[in-house]
Ligand binder design. Structure first.
Ligand SMILES: C[S@@+](CC[C@H](N)C(=O)[O-])C[C@H]1O[C@@H](n2cnc3c(N)ncnc32)[C@H](O)[C@@H]1O
Ligand code: SF4
Length: 386
């Protein structure tokens, strides 16, 4: 029988925790550091790849994702060494996707061809906004012109390229966002990640918000309108939504993210990285590494297991599967839910949600209908109530 995780695939996430500056909205595990020992980081990543290859023999890697932080601050030789070691220690798919997150500064763009040579075939650019005053407010170090130039370089250097924008920013109206998205859609990208600004506690924006000093944020209604406009415009441009914040032409979806959302297996390497993987003889394991770069580096270099591990119960797997899969416009399989959770979803609740128009049923799949995508948590709670 097909092992359950193979429905989702297998990938490797690698976290680079350093940035040139900390953006005021960001709560990712990222730090500004005066000096980085690139050789030590390279050795640590390679040791961790070896450790997981020993633990998970026979896996075929479908995707490697360099995320951060700002992985475009990694030496291309470090990226190359990681890719080579993965290819030596695992089998890799012929069509492996290797993505690197990059900030669109001119310095970083000048390294794109070296990343390409190292084996990266997809780049995800953190553009965030297309005008200078807003970039400044977001604490970004690049200008809009620099970003546009980096986008062109990326399109030439890589087989596939995507960029991120953040909307519902301070003083942004629905028509401002519509105009910006219109411009973004003329740039010839077949994948976009479009995130609504979230104010995270513990960030500079979070602190300002608490003190009432983060003015000009759009109302909830305007933010909801911006979301609707985003979904409509991307659809009309031929890059329909395939996940809550991700839009792609057919076949251009991010395989890596699909593996998360389809509840496949992945190992997480680097400080603060999460993993989820299954063994034939155990249930699915959730891993989490220490957030501190120094602590992680030290343990990894010493070849010590530093991640915390938790075996997930059938019930936890069922909930996680829904939490991830309901984000996707392809929906989730009811049979797979049963296989993971060891029980069916309640037929009564499914019938109720379907008659209310909250979900659509297509054979074995359930899909959250368009107008409820913004209310996923509430839908999930209803599905697993009792
Ligand atoms: C790991 S982060 C950043 C990658 C890269 N360091 C950069 O800044 O371009 C991935 C994406 O998450 C989005 N993001 C981060 N914090 C956010 C927030 N508070 N609200 C909305 N989107 C956010 C940004 O679009 C960002 O590009
Ligand atoms: S948004 Fe990107 S560049 Fe800014 S602090 Fe977060 S990870 Fe670093």
């Amino acid at each position: 029988m097909l092992e359950n995780w193979q429905n989702g695939g297998f990938s490797i996430y690698l976290h680079w925790p350093f940035c040139e500056a900390k953006c005021p909205y960001c709560d990712f595990n990222s730090y500004v550091s005066a000096s980085i020992d690139q050789d030590a980081w390279k050795s640590a990543y390679l040791r961790e790849i070896d450790r997981y290859a020993d633990e998970l023999p026979g896996r075929v890697v479908q995707s490697i994702f360099f995320g951060g932080g700002t992985p475009s601050l990694m030496e291309p030789s470090t990226v190359q060494a990681v890719i080579d070691r993965v290819a030596t220690r695992f089998s890799v798919a012929n069509d492996i996707e290797i993505t690197l997150e990059a900030n669109p500064s001119s310095v970083e763009a000048s390294r794109f061809s070296d990343y390409r040579t190292a084996g990266v075939n997809r780049v995800s650019l953190g553009v965030q906004a297309l005008n200078d005053p807003d970039l400044k407010r977001l604490g970004r170090l690049h200008s809009a012109a620099e970003a546009v130039r980096a986008m062109e370089i990326a399109q030439n250097a890589f087989d596939r390229a995507s960029f991120d924008l953040i909307y519902a920013r301070q003083n942004q109206s629905v028509s401002d966002w519509t105009a910006e998205l219109k411009q973004a859609l003329t740039m010839g990208f077949s994948h976009l990640s479009l995130y609504q600004l979230t104010i995270e506690s513990g960030t500079a924006f979070g602190d300002r918000y608490k003190r009432g000093k983060l003015g000009g944020l759009p109302s909830e209604d305007d933010s909801a309108d911006m979301y609707d406009v985003t979904v409509e415009m991307c659809k009309a441009a031929g890059i329909p939504m395939y996940e809550v914040s991700n839009f792609a032409a057919p076949g251009e979806q991010s395989n890596h993210n699909l593996i998360y959302w389809r509840y496949g297996d992945y190992v997480g390497i680097g400080p603060g990285a999460h993993g989820r993987f299954s063994h034939p003889e155990r249930t699915r394991t959730a891993t989490e590494t220490p957030l501190s770069p120094a602590k992680w580096l030290q343990a990894a270099l010493a070849g010590r297991d530093q991640e915390t591990r938790q075996l997930l119960s059938a019930e936890e797997q069922g909930v996680e599967f829904l939490l991830m899969g309901l984000r996707l416009r392809e929906g989730v399989s009811l049979d797979r839910f049963t296989e993971l959770a060891g029980q069916d979803l309640s037929p009564n609740i499914l019938a109720e949600l379907e008659s209310e128009g909250v979900i659509i049923r297509r054979d074995d799949q359930i899909i959250v209908s368009d107008q409820y995508v913004k209310l996923l948590n509430a839908v999930l709670e209803r599905l697993i109530e009792d």
